[in-house]
Design a protein around this ligand. Structure first.
Ligand code: GDP
Length: 498
């Protein structure tokens, strides 16, 4: 069976992404009976009636897909860029196609470029919508030229990137854009197997009345009320499902967005989830959380082989700072604590920036923070552990330490990269932090807290001799094949069971 395509809209601010998404939603809602009650769950689903003859450019038949049947499309309507980077950070990827929106009155702008880079990095196919063509100062030729400069080779301009001219304001071209989306995703592999139920969290919030509300898009399987559900950071049992137009549902089909209630903690946006029976879900959650833990936090290892935790200490006054320091240095955390900075006073934006730049956790005792610092910390996901009560702080620190000492997932830290890559092959050296690491194994490449690629060991050596496997604490040389360049400081995670 095939699932409908999932689309993300990307581009520079003010180029008309929201207006386009609103227009499409208003004119094509899958379920009109719902009386237009819409809720912000981060995505919606439409049904389109493809108009006219198929616009197959190569004149071929349409591969058996009856074009006159209404077809569904799911649009992600959280800001595209954010959704993409959150998903990448968790190693998930949900969009089947991206639409790069460029306003004809403004041309290519810095965020157009950023959006394109994000799209290319995630290897998502894309098409271009040149928008705002109703405006007097719209300059379509200049916009196309700008795109060319950016390396976007449009159809008819020496390339094969499909594009369409639209006005989200008048609606001109929007139906044709929808047809183009169907055409562009027709050849993609959108097959599903109903065995595993999985998808991605796209929004997540706490409602004071209803509890934790999570907007999700289902990628595979059938999601049902009563199933267990889990991500790396949260789990629960599904108590209720609502569609994107606010109707209650007992189950939803692949590619559909939904609002679900049932998580007992707020899952992170961008995380993958699995649902189903208790055991399968628990197994998924264990692997997902090991993967994230192993890649979280301190990348460094002390000479004793311990993880190093960088900290910035903050307190309201000198005496408190002293107590905090004593606590930190005495606590048996199972890792080496390195104090990057310590000072008295409110937590400021500068402290947060420092923490991010030095990969430090902020530990605060009787600390206050200003709003700007709190905002920055939350958007940048800086780690802050603080309390006015010393034993609470102690408990929180121990909990945190447990999380960042990855004991369970096999991992190699890259210490050297040799020579130039030959195609996808390169030679790297590193230390096995947790082994064994085996020849011919597949791995994931993690940088900081992000999954950036995948690869496989083609040849494994220890002390310049071929080795079948290399144990914990031992250095290894690897000939690898990978889809992204590997750099010093990257972690290679081996997620398959030994
Ligand atoms: P976003 O930041 O990319 O989501 O852009 P918006 O959709 O918020 O649009 C920014 C501004 O451009 C708003 O004032 C819209 O009304 C206007 N706008 C968007 N699309 C069009 C269009 O096709 N034609 C015209 N004339 N204005 C548009």
């Amino acid at each position: 069976m095939r699932r409908p395509p999932i689309i993300a809209v990307m581009g520079h601010v003010d180029h008309g992404k929201t207006t386009l998404l609103d227009h499409i939603r208003k004119t094509n809602l899958a379920s009109r009976e719902a009386g237009g009650i819409t809720q912000t769950i981060g995505a919606y689903e439409i049904e389109v009636q493809p108009k006219g003859e198929p616009k197959s450019r190569d004149g071929e038949a349409n591969r058996g897909i009856p074009r006159q049947m209404p077809q569904k499309i799911t649009f992600i309507d959280t800001p595209g860029h954010e959704a993409f980077s959150n998903m990448r950070a968790h190693g998930a990827n949900i969009a089947d196609l991206a639409i790069l929106v460029v306003a004809a009155d403004d041309g290519v702008k810095p965020q157009t470029k950023e959006a394109l880079e994000t799209i290319l990095k995630s290897k998502t196919p894309y098409i271009v919508a040149i928008s705002k063509i109703d405006k007097n100062n719209a300059d379509i030729e200049k916009t196309k030229n700008d795109l060319l400069q950016l390396g976007v080779f449009l159809e008819g301009y020496g390339g094969n990137i499909s594009y369409h001219l639209i006005s989200a304001k008048t609606g001109e071209g929007v139906n044709e854009l929808l047809d183009l989306i169907l055409l562009a995703t027709e050849l993609e592999n959108l097959e599903i197997d109903n065995a595993a139920v999985s998808g991605v969290i796209i929004t997540s919030r706490m409602d004071p009345r209803r509890g934790i509300l999570s907007g999700v898009i289902l990628k595979n399987g059938i999601l049902k009320v009563g199933q267990y559900i889990a991500t790396a950071s949260a789990s629960g049992k599904i108590r209720s499902i609502e569609t994107s137009v606010g109707e209650k549902a007992n189950e939803i089909q692949p590619s559909s967005p939904a609002l679900i209630i049932g998580f007992d903690r707020i899952p992170d946006v961008g995380e993958e989830f699995a649902a189903g029976d208790e055991n399968a879900v628990a197994e998924f959650a264990k692997l997902a959380s090991m993967r994230e833990k192993a890649a979280v936090g301190p990348a460094a290892v002390s000479p004793e082989g311990q993880e190093i935790l960088n900290v910035i200490l903050k307190a309201d006054e000198t005496a408190s700072l002293e107590s905090l320091k004593n606590l930190i240095l005495k606590l048996p955390l199972g890792l080496t604590v390195k104090i990057i900075d310590q000072n008295v006073g409110d937590l400021t934006e500068n402290d947060v920036k420092r923490a991010i730049n030095t990969n430090s956790a902020i530990i605060g005792f009787k600390m206050k923070m200003d709003r700007a610092a709190a905002n920055l910390a939350s958007t940048q996901k800086a780690m802050i552990i603080e309390s006015p009560i010393i034993y609470e702080l102690e408990t929180a620190l121990k909990e945190y330490a447990k999380k960042i000492v990855p004991k369970e997932l096999r991992r190699l830290e890259v210490l050297a990269v040799f020579g130039d890559a030959k195609g996808k092959e390169r030679v790297v050296g590193g230390k096995v932090i947790l082994g064994p690491v085996k020849n011919q194994e597949s791995f994931e490449i993690w940088q900081d807290k992000k999954l950036i690629g995948r690869g496989k060991i083609k040849n494994l050596q220890s002390q310049h001799k071929d080795a079948a496997q290399v144990e914990t604490g031992v250095e290894a040389g690897l000939l690898v094949e990978s889809d992204e360049p590997i750099k010093v400081g990257h972690n290679l995670l081996f997620v398959n069971p030994v």
